[in-house]
Write a protein that binds this ligand. Structure first.
Ligand SMILES: Cc1cc2nc3c(=O)[nH]c(=O)nc-3n(C[C@H](O)[C@H](O)[C@H](O)COP(=O)(O)OP(=O)(O)OC[C@H]3O[C@@H](n4cnc5c(N)ncnc54)[C@H](O)[C@@H]3O)c2cc1C
Length: 366
């Protein structure tokens, strides 16, 4: 096809758009300051879930479209996509299964007391299929859940530890795609290259009009960088910090609590991602105290000793107060630009749906 497409950004949004355009036969080049794992995308836990992004009526269809694409990719282990059970919890109150999660098989997590008064622990039994409650509010059978990665039949390792406290009040479970960023971003890069896409790294544009005039279409996937690039004051850096720790053999499901303090433990093929934080800040430096707090909370919930930290990662979620920006606009020189940024805490979750919509918008303008 006789079109030259330039994409700004080599995070998950830019790479996925790149693949969609290149595989449709367009000459596609990506330009970016940082690429792949150096981007915000490289710091993400990267589990599928429409977290911290607006507005729901816009993003849910995009998320569901991406879900299907990622489900297909999970058939190829080399993609770094796998399907994992994600357990979403609240520390207090009753969690509600969102309507969109029901067709995906979401179900309430029952809690049961196994050890009785002597053991004192309300132990996780993990039978999500046991209760299918639709969008009704769910009440746990007992006052609290406790989530342990350990086989419930084995006794707690540290008697009297925080394991005996009730960590969660209610939860639901759902099977979702998990993108291991240490594999997935390289997979996207290689797939883009295979479709004859070119990546130009270490290129920083001050404005979109600086993109070479030979490109008919410019696609803006600059993440938080769009704040300066297109002067968008609606975009806020919602900083997230995670700690990468060794694989926890007995942890097979992702444990997530979006309530403050944000907590998640996401097992990957070779390690585990502990999180997290969400605050408005531009600071890309990892903070020791924050890592300690993350380790303490994850350790408390999982009932494990403090693990070694392989790495600390920080990224700035591109949160846009007025919602994601996926729309066509015109540059001062008359060329078409399609903006695709502002995906907040859900850039992976929305990536394929957004990329396919960007293509539709482009084709309808030609
Ligand atoms: C700790 C953490 C955990 C997360 N967990 C999840 C999760 O579990 N699931 C999920 O779906 N999402 C998650 N997210 C959110 C997700 O990471 C982001 O939504 C996503 O990475 C945004 O991708 P992007 O490609 O739009 O932006 P980025 O990854 O930030 O990429 C932007 C690209 O644009 C380039 N760029 C910017 N400005 C310019 C310029 N002027 N000139 C040239 N290039 C430029 C950058 O160099 C970069 O290549 C998480 C984020 C964080 C921080």
């Amino acid at each position: 096809m006789d079109r030259n497409v330039a994409i700004i950004g080599a995070g998950v949004s830019g790479l996925t758009c790149g693949i969609v355009f290149a595989e449709h036969g367009y000459r596609t080049a990506i330009f970016a300051k940082e690429t792949g794992r150096q981007t915000t995308s490289g710091a993400a836990a990267a589990i599928w879930f429409p977290y911290h992004v607006e507005p729901a009526e816009r993003v849910i269809p995009l998320a569901l479209d991406s879900y299907q694409m990622l489900l297909d990719l999970a058939r190829f282990p080399e993609s770094g996509v796998s399907i994992i059970e994600s357990r979403q919890f609240l520390r207090t109150g009753e969690i509600e299964i969102p309507d969109w999660a029901i067709p995906l098989g979401a179900s309430a997590i029952p809690s049961e007391v196994e050890n009785g008064a002597a053991g004192g622990a309300a132990t996780w039994t993990g039978r999500p299929e046991a209760e299918r409650m639709g969008s009704e509010r769910i009440k746990s059978r007992r006052a609290g859940f406790n989530v342990s990665p350990r086989d419930p039949s084995t006794p707690p390792a540290r008697a009297g530890s925080a394991h005996d406290e009730h960590c969660f009040a209610s939860g639901f479970s759902l099977r979702v795609p998990l993108m291991d960023t240490t594999i997935y971003l390289d997979y996207l890069t290689a797939r883009f290259g295979k479709a004859s896409g070119e990546i130009h790294a270490n290129v920083r544009f001050k404005k979109l009009e600086d993109v070479d005039a030979k490109f008919d279409l410019v696609i803006d996937c600059a993440g938080i960088g769009a704040r300066e690039l297109v002067n968008d004051p609606d975009l806020e850096p919602h900083r997230g910090q995670v700690a990468i720790v060794p694989k926890i053999e007995s942890l097979s499901a992702a444990i997530v609590c979006d309530e403050a303090p944000l907590m998640y433990a996401i097992p990957r093929a070779n390690d585990c991602v502990f999180g997290g934080t969400n605050e408005i800040s531009d600071n890309l430096m990892a903070d020791r105290e924050t890592t300690s707090r993350i380790l303490a909370e994850c350790g408390r919930v999982l009932n494990i000793d403090k693990p070694t930290v392989f790495a600390e990662r920080v990224g700035l979620r591109p949160f846009r107060r007025s919602g994601i920006r996926l729309e066509r606009d015109r540059l001062r020189d008359g060329r078409t630009v399609i903006h695709n940024y502002g995906h907040g805490g859900a850039g992976f979750t929305l990536s394929w749906g957004c990329a396919r919509e960007v293509l539709e918008v482009a084709v309808s303008s030609w």
